[in-house]
Design a protein around this ligand. Structure first.
Ligand SMILES: [Zn+2]
Length: 505
């Protein structure tokens, strides 16, 4: 038995303990130390309650692989070799002497998923919606009572949920930046999360119709947090600009002024577009303003015109559909037609939850809704438009999202040379089977968030055997409860809390 072996199991747990102690120091400490840690001399397959300390090199073996990469394809039982944050090799077996072994028996490995439109600031009021207090009412009436710290807490809650759900890339559509401090709170949570993604600055809600966004603050944020060609120092987080959610009578030129600023800085633009007649910044308007390119994402898109679709496809821009939200707006029929026309035209379709008060944090749910809505069994307007596969839905929830964010070369598929953003699903859960060799269909038709067993971003474990390990989830929940309690107290009236004590987790 070695010096660091557990007296009951005989396993070397020194690496496990090293990992745990680092967790207390936060993720950034963990990342640095993970790189510096010595390579394990022997293979270690950790038990469920032990968090392995990757030495910078590990192999997930005996695992089903759904790569979403056309060349790598699907392996019933394979191995994924990761070194220094990147996938080195994928095959039925891989040569990696000295690397930590992670047993993937009974698991499916898939790429980390991507959500391309998420208003994280309002994550605290997700359970407050009633017929009298809908999403917009809550947004307008509770938004002003959020402090900058509440924004940090809400964004961190969203990111903890993303981590738990295997969503490794997020676009935070920040459409109510109430002050520079509020922006900083959101960005701080994103940088601490260890996830990949984009902070899309969308200004104050409601910004007067004849005004632009706060260009000075946008430039400050760029300089302060994203000065590495629009990214932070780790390269995982980037900056973009988000269009405002304002009614159509707003001066289009003011909107274009905002977009031009970002465009000239080489930064991407995401806009609500074609959700309803009152919320339109069309691809045609952006093209006329000279700011339409492959880095634009158009959100919802249910009322796009034929010309809009042509421009999106021609320029290589993307569309983000939030199926649950489209149902809420009673435009499910429109979105089906739009999705089919875009897909068959070669457009890049991605998925999003929009807000956790509207949809749960689950790309499985969005992929399943995409399949259910786009490929109905009985209503086929034409053969050309009626077909969609589970594989296409899986692409929407993974690689298409990374392409939309300009990260197609970095992640979104399990491909040698790309960053190691990997999710392991428990294929033996009751809800998953029977499936045997139908691994990709099991993900789209049967998987749920609770099947997410392990999540890796940039080669670093952020969830291990069912538990988020990159942040203190109990603290995240407690802070969220306290923040919401205080927001409701400040708002008063119908919103006043019914208890005098802050509830505990
Ligand atoms: Zn939205």
């Amino acid at each position: 038995m070695c010096d660091g072996c557990d007296e009951n199991t005989g396993k070397d747990i020194t690496s496990v303990l090293r990992r745990r102690s680092l967790l207390k120091g936060g993720l950034l400490g963990l990342v640095g130390a993970a790189v510096a840690a010595p390579v394990a001399a022997e293979s270690v397959i950790p038990a469920a309650d032990e968090v392995p300390a990757p030495s910078g090199e590990f192999v997930i073996e005996n695992v089903g692989v759904v790569s979403v990469d056309d060349t790598v394809g699907l392996l019933q039982k394979g191995a994924i070799h990761v070194r220094d944050g990147k996938i080195v090799a994928i095959g039925e077996t891989v040569e990696a002497p000295g690397a930590t072994r992670i047993d993937g028996t009974g698991k499916i490995a898939m790429p980390g998923m991507a959500d391309t439109h998420w208003h994280m600031w309002n994550s605290l009021f997700k359970n407050l919606i009633t017929p009298d207090h809908g999403y917009s009412t809550l947004k307008n009436e509770l938004g002003p009572h959020h402090t900058a710290e509440d924004y940090y807490v809400a964004t961190r809650l969203a990111l903890a949920e993303a981590t738990d759900a295997g969503i490794t890339t997020v676009l935070n559509y920040a459409h109510n930046v109430r002050s520079p401090e509020h922006a900083d709170g959101e960005i701080r949570a994103m940088l601490e999360s260890g996830l990949r993604g984009q902070y899309a600055y969308g200004g104050f809600d409601p910004t007067p119709l004849d005004q632009t966004l706060d260009h000075d603050d946008f430039r400050r944020i760029h300089q302060e947090f994203f000065s590495h060609a629009g990214r932070d120092g780790t390269g995982r987080m980037s900056l973009g600009l988000a269009g405002r959610a304002v009614p159509a009578p707003m001066d289009v030129d003011r909107r274009i002024d905002d977009y031009k600023m970002a465009f000239e800085m080489g930064l991407p633009i995401v806009v609500h577009s074609g959700q309803s007649p009152a919320f339109i910044t069309s691809p045609a308007q952006m093209d006329e303003g000279g700011v339409l390119n492959e880095r634009n994402i158009f959100v919802h898109g249910v009322l796009l015109t034929e010309r809009d679709r042509e421009l999106i496809i021609e320029k290589g821009a993307s569309v983000s559909i939030s199926f649950g939200s489209e149902f809420r707006n009673l435009r499910g029929g429109f979105v089906r037609e739009q999705a089919l026309l875009l897909l068959h035209g070669g457009g890049n379709l991605t998925l999003s939850c929009d807000a956790t008060s509207l949809n749960p944090t689950s790309m499985f749910e969005q992929m399943r809704l995409a399949f259910a809505l786009i490929a109905p069994e009985f209503e086929k307007p034409s053969e050309k438009l009626a077909s969609i596969t589970a594989a296409q839905c899986l692409e929407m929830g993974t690689r298409n999202g990374l392409r939309a964010l300009g990260l197609a070369e970095e992640a979104g598929t399990l491909t040698p040379g790309k960053k190691a953003d990997i999710v392991l699903l428990d294929a033996n859960s009751l809800n998953m089977g029977p499936g045997s060799e139908l691994l990709d269909r099991m993900i789209v038709h049967s998987a749920m968030r609770q099947n997410v067993d392990t999540v890796i971003v940039d080669g670093v474990l952020v969830k291990w055997r069912g538990k988020v390990v990159s942040m203190d989830v109990d603290q995240v929940r407690q802070d969220a409860i306290e923040s919401l309690y205080n927001i409701r107290k400040r708002a008063g009236g119908d919103y006043a809390p019914t208890t005098t004590d802050v509830p505990a987790v």
